[in-house]
Design a protein around this ligand. Structure first.
Ligand code: SF4
Ligand code: SF4
Length: 453
């Protein structure tokens, strides 16, 4: 495992990766934490200098460094801005791995939270779904509304419980068959659909919409039920072994050789799913399988544009004509460099008026579990994002990551703004349905999306 470990530790990382930074500062304007604090340590350049000092053994790994790396959102905006191509993602993951190995941030509460969330809950699809079902009951009988008034629950726990997302009434496996075949056109492609973990529990409807869109475009869809987490959360939080295990489980769940592509619709997952090979040492069977896997993973927008998706045709001018804007999820635009494809799809929808969001590629503050760990900075960024959304006068905000959808939706509600948050693919699915009203649909348990005028 030496080759692998060298990629996941600052001390044994290929020095050329860390020496690439020429300290030009071109990344500073794009870094949300630096923009807020104007402190060099909170910038990509400052963080890379600290990493280099540790890698060259001029500095020990300190608590200050550890906090700094958890203050970084991991949004990768610096990677896009960097003129010399510094691989910040590798540096960031190596640093987080070293921090966890050093146990420098350990305290009993943190240990309990990490073990419960990262090592227990998100490690098993069965446990996650069972927890999801319990949450669904807790929310459906209104217990969540009682919690703020219960005096015996500590304030910190109340805050955390208030962050829990609303659980969907059906999970993906209840909405999607393990194999679905196009009903109105011949099969052109055979693809696997990755349902994700948060997406599965909270936004299973987006997964259903993704299947519908794929079927409309001649793709047969293979969707194994009860898929687990892809391990992105674990890789970003220094839990390499669990990330490997989850990647192996997911790869085993799909008939890789039979598939033309593996489709993901969650930006954060996609950014990790496309690089499973980084998790395994070269020359091993898992590395070989992961390399094959990586080549086949496509974000849904990327895939649709690649295969020449059919544009919905609407002639009835009484249909809704909403103003729509789009927020670039960091791991789609910076992590996967996918910016045009969602815009191509949104602009293909007849009667919508697409308005660009200013600073659309600035992080909204969600960033995985960042909004729970660093609520102050996260909410500063969210408020900035909402101010920009308001300027567009849009009635629909599209974005392609469950974390962003949840966080922005919550912010909009808090400010009592009547703006819907929708995944671009759900909008496309809705437009297909409006364009083909008489067609049979393979959907079960599907609610109709209410499109504002
Ligand atoms: S990370 Fe890139 S942009 Fe930022 S200071 Fe280093 S070389 Fe310049
Ligand atoms: S990942 Fe984002 S927050 Fe972290 S240094 Fe880069 S731009 Fe700044």
């Amino acid at each position: 495992m030496n080759n692998l470990n060298s990629r996941f530790s600052l001390l044994s990382l290929d020095p050329t990766i860390i020496q690439k930074c020429i300290h030009c500062g071109m990344c500073l304007p794009s870094c949300p934490t630096y923009q807020e604090t104007k402190i060099e340590r909170n910038s990509p350049r400052g963080r890379i200098s600290l990493m280099r000092a540790i890698a060259e053994k001029r500095m020990d790994l300190t608590e200050l460094f550890a906090h700094e790396l958890y203050f970084c959102l991991g949004c990768l905006a610096c990677q896009t801005a960097c003129p010399v191509g510094v691989d910040y993602k590798t540096l960031f993951e190596a640093s987080r791995q070293d921090i966890e190995k050093s146990q420098i941030l350990n305290n009993p509460l943190r240990q309990i939270a990490r073990t419960a969330l990262i090592r227990f809950l998100f490690r098993s699809s069965f446990r996650l779904r069972t927890f999801g079902k319990m949450l669904r009951v807790y929310q459906s009988i209104g217990l969540d509304r009682l919690v703020p008034y219960l005096p015996f629950i500590p304030a910190k726990l109340k805050d955390m419980m208030a962050q829990l997302p609303p659980i969907a009434s059906h999970f993906s496996s209840e909405l999607i068959q393990p194999r679905e075949t196009p009903f109105h056109t011949k099969v052109r492609w055979k693809v696997g659909l990755l349902t994700g973990c948060v997406q599965d529990l909270v936004y299973s409807k987006i997964n259903r919409d993704t299947v519908d869109v794929l079927l409309y475009n001649g793709c047969e869809v293979i969707c194994p039920p009860h898929q687990g987490c892809c391990g992105s959360l674990h890789a970003h939080n220094g839990e390499l072994k669990t990330a490997q295990l989850l990647a192996q489980k997911l790869m085993d769940a799909f008939p890789l050789n039979e598939l033309d592509a593996l489709i993901t619709n969650a930006a954060g997952c996609g950014s990790h799913l496309k690089h499973f090979s980084n998790l395994f040492p070269p020359g091993t069977p898992w590395r070989k399988k992961a390399e094959e896997w990586d080549k086949k993973v496509f974000d849904i927008h990327e895939w649709l544009v690649k295969i020449g998706f059919s544009k919905p045709k609407l002639t009835d001018t009484s249909q809704p004509q909403p103003v729509v804007t789009y927020h670039d999820a960091c791991h789609l635009c910076h992590g996967q460099k996918i910016k045009n494809e969602p815009r191509i799809i949104l602009n293909s929808l007849p009667f919508i008026r697409f308005v660009e969001l200013e600073e659309s590629d600035h992080c909204c503050g969600s960033a995985g579990i960042y909004n729970i760990l660093q609520p102050e900075m996260a909410h500063k960024l969210l408020n900035k994002k909402i101010a920009k959304i308001k300027q567009t006068a849009a009635s629909i905000l599209c974005t392609a990551n469950p974390g962003c959808l949840l966080f922005i939706e919550k912010g909009l509600k808090k400010q009592q703004l009547n703006i819907q948050t929708v995944h671009p693919i759900s909008l496309l699915a809705q437009w297909y349905k409006m364009a083909n009203p008489g067609e049979p649909t393979p959907q079960k348990n599907q609610e109709k999306l209410a499109i504002p005028k």
